[in-house]
Design a protein around this ligand. Structure first.
Ligand code: 0WY
Ligand code: ZN
Length: 370
């Protein structure tokens, strides 16, 4: 088996669990937050720096790498691990979400999705078979199936059509996926409708994937609705397979997702807000580029022991960002990735001690999400 999860401990009062996910490029602990490396780099970070913040498994993307530099070029380079000098596990998303977020620039048919490149406007067709060819060429340890992510809100008919197409496309992905050293994960859809979520999960589990993405969430729905969908869906999923909540998330969503039994998370948030001069702290978000920090010589987060917080002040980092000095967003990125990985470490400790709900309450007491 290319990829499997071993559950080491289930938290006593929640669905949270500690596990180890083994892959051809090594074993990682779960629950895990996976930094995003859209164009074969976690923006502004060297692989060593990503590792130093606690990153162990990173994401890259079929859509972006197909358009530039091209999956054949990456294959010629020896695959994504060689190309980007990352020797840990990699997961590639299928581009389903990217292509659907292109809005009017794309059209969906049973065959696949035609879209125009956001780079040069050229026309392309993604079919399940084409996406499998791309992901196998990139060579990630985990490849996501090509799915249709329904928008939020959408009427039930739309969600049914997207779910049914996702199931048919999952069959086609499975039929055309040959790489034995790459695990293909199915993606569960069904919008915010509990019966549709059950149906999508059942149809995909019949295909016996080694792991499952939970798609169609974190697309604008209120967090409470996302939590309700998880409360209903996760118990239906196999206990001994990895559960990957796609596109999540913020610190509160990570804690709530782990409580509900999720093992894997990815989100652009930590790296994206860092580039906008904003950082996570134990007391909530802080926009360090704001004028109020011009003479604030404290670290970004006084409880943080990352490289940026040990060596630089808010005033200095604000100066760098205002002066468009690249070091500025490198320091906010180092901090944000460290903050999220440190949060995952504290969550894992709380699971070990069966105190995850207490940890959540303690976290919320100090943290207010913006
Ligand atoms: N196949 C697929 N992917 C999904 C993704 C992309 C996950 N990140 C991939 C990653 C690969 C490398 C390039 C970047 C993306 C999602 N992201 C979100 N929410 C993000 C919501 C969000 C949160 C913060 C900022 C922006 C957007 N919901 C998602 C649902 C799906 C889905 O159903 N199917
Ligand atoms: Zn820090």
């Amino acid at each position: 088996m290319a990829v499997k999860i071993i559950i080491d401990k289930e938290e006593k009062h929640t669905r949270a669990r500690l596990g180890r996910l083994s892959t051809p490029h090594g074993e990682v602990e779960t629950p895990i937050f996976m930094p995003v490396g859209t164009q074969a780099t976690v923006k502004t970070m060297t692989p060593e720096e990503v590792k130093d913040t606690g990153g162990r498994l990173i994401l890259s993307n079929t859509y972006h790498l197909y358009l530039r530099p091209g999956h054949e070029l990456v294959k010629e380079a020896g695959g994504l691990h060689r190309f980007m000098n990352w020797n840990g596990p990699i997961l590639t998303d299928s581009g389903g979400f990217q292509v659907f977020s292109l809005g009017p620039l794309r059209t969906i048919t049973e065959e696949g999705v035609t879209f125009r490149s956001h780079i040069d406007g050229s026309k392309h067709l993604f079919t399940p078979e084409k996406v499998m060819e791309i992901e196998q060429a990139l060579g990630a340890d985990i490849a996501m199936a090509f799915d249709e992510c329904a928008p939020y809100p959408c009427d039930k008919e739309y969600a049914v059509a997207a779910l049914e197409r996702t199931t048919r496309w999952a069959e086609r992905c499975k039929a055309s996926h040959q790489r034995k050293d790459q695990a293909l994960f199915g993606i569960i859809q069904g919008g915010v409708f509990k019966d549709l979520r059950e149906r999508s999960a059942r149809e995909l589990m019949e295909m016996d994937f080694p792991g499952y993405g939970i798609g169609g969430l974190s697309v604008g729905e209120p967090k409470e609705i996302m939590y309700e969908v998880l409360d209903h869906l996760v118990p239906l999923m196999p206990r001994d397979k990895p559960r990957y909540l796609m596109g999540v998330g913020s610190p509160d969503c990570l804690i709530e997702g782990v409580i509900r039994g999720v093992d894997m998370f990815d989100c652009v948030l930590p790296t994206r807000i860092a580039r906008n001069g904003a950082v996570f702290t134990h007391r909530g978000r802080l926009t360090v580029r704001n004028a109020e920090f011009a003479r604030d010589f404290r670290p970004m987060d006084e409880q943080c022991d990352c490289y940026a917080c040990r060596n630089y002040s808010r005033a200095y980092i604000r100066h760098l960002i205002k002066s468009e000095e690249i070091l500025g967003i490198r320091l906010t990125t180092i901090h944000n990735l460290h903050f999220i990985q440190n949060l995952m470490k504290k969550i894992k400790e709380a699971i070990r001690e069966d105190k995850l709900l207490e940890y959540r309450d303690e976290f919320y007491k100090q943290y207010n999400e913006g």
